[in-house]
Design a protein around this ligand. Structure first.
Ligand code: BDR
Ligand code: CA
Length: 319
């Protein structure tokens, strides 16, 4: 049994996406997920929304509300998506079955505002570009303080993946990220590449998962992760698949498995090679600039690997 806080209530804003799919599985297994909101990122909104709905069917939660949000970043344009890692539809080489229902609404921003005004203390987990979240904060600044925490997979304190400086989610919508970092939430957490690159699902892990989930309702996850692992190994020097987004959920459901330090973080908005970079102030100053986020620096890789494996293998099981 891995130590776990009482099941937190969360809203998951995501762009599934292969690692987002794992994040959804963890959110379903280990949190009281109030709803899922979708954003365009890895692939277009049409696909991220259909994928979120289809994954809810696969995970046995066909009634979990899914609200579609914004497709494009605040700037209005996007050079490219992340189909090289996630496949044309965001699900690798697999086409998931048609979802059993349409999205609950196409107004994720309005739904987030309404939900958080009605119930304080929900944790927000965001695993895509922060477009929906920034728009919700802009429209209804009163909701910011109502979240118990904001756990975002994005950014990095030691270099990017989309450009040398910028991580993908931050690169897609730097203006949104800057708004969220500037919002003043006391418990904003950045789960960036500097830590997500330390938790890898390698080939033996994926093969073992396939053996264990064959013939179960979740067996498609073996194909999803298979593709993801192959693409990451082909395109990077990582020794396996970095399931980035899973860690943002785990930070909320199993907080002892990650640790970090309060730091000042600035998102670079200027055009040029550093656009979208999260500039983390690591200087050991006696009078530091005030911190605006907890930057996660450590993760318990082997326990997290087990947690992911079990969440995908035993529907409904709690560790
Ligand atoms: C992030 O970018 C996306 O491709 C992943 O889903 C993850 O959220 C990693 O940089
Ligand atoms: Ca994502």
């Amino acid at each position: 049994m891995t130590s776990q806080t009482p099941r937190p209530r969360i809203i998951l804003d995501c762009d599934p996406g292969l690692d987002d799919a794992v994040a959804i599985a963890l959110a379903v297994r280990h949190a009281d997920t109030v709803g899922i909101t979708t954003v365009g990122g890895n692939v277009g909104l049409e696909h991220t929304t259909a994928n979120a709905l289809a994954l809810c069917d696969i995970l046995g939660v066909p009634d979990l509300p899914v609200h579609a949000g914004h497709d494009l970043p605040l700037s209005g344009s996007l050079e490219h998506r992340a189909t090289e890692y996630h496949g044309r539809y965001g699900t690798g080489s697999v086409r998931l079955a048609e979802p059993s229902r349409p999205p609950a609404s196409e107004d994720a921003v309005g739904w987030i505002i309404e939900t958080v005004r009605a119930e304080e203390g929900i944790a927000l987990v965001a695993t895509g570009p922060l477009t929906n979240i920034a728009l919700a904060f802009q429209k209804a600044p009163d909701i910011i303080e109502k979240f118990s925490q904001i756990s975002w997979m994005g950014g990095s304190s030691n270099g990017g993946n989309t450009t040398p400086g910028a991580e993908f989610n931050s690169w897609v919508d730097p203006e949104a990220a800057a708004m969220v970092f500037g919002a003043g939430h006391p418990n904003l957490v950045m789960v960036g590449l500097n830590v997500t690159h330390t938790v890898l699902l390698d080939r033996p892990w994926i093969d073992d998962l396939r053996r264990r989930i064959q013939g179960t309702a979740t067996e498609v996850f073996a194909d999803l992760l298979d593709y993801y692992e192959i693409r990451q190994r082909e395109m990077t020097t990582l020794a396996g698949a970095a399931v980035h987004d899973a860690l943002a959920v785990i930070h909320v459901t199993h907080p002892r498995l990650l640790a970090g330090t309060r730091r000042p973080v600035e998102v670079v908005l200027s055009n040029g090679p550093a656009r979208g970079m999260t500039l983390v102030d690591l200087r050991p100053m006696r009078n530091p600039t005030p911190a605006n986020a907890t930057v996660i620096e450590w993760a318990d890789a082997s326990v997290i690997q087990d947690l992911i494996g079990q969440a995908l293998t035993v529907p409904g099981a709690d560790l």
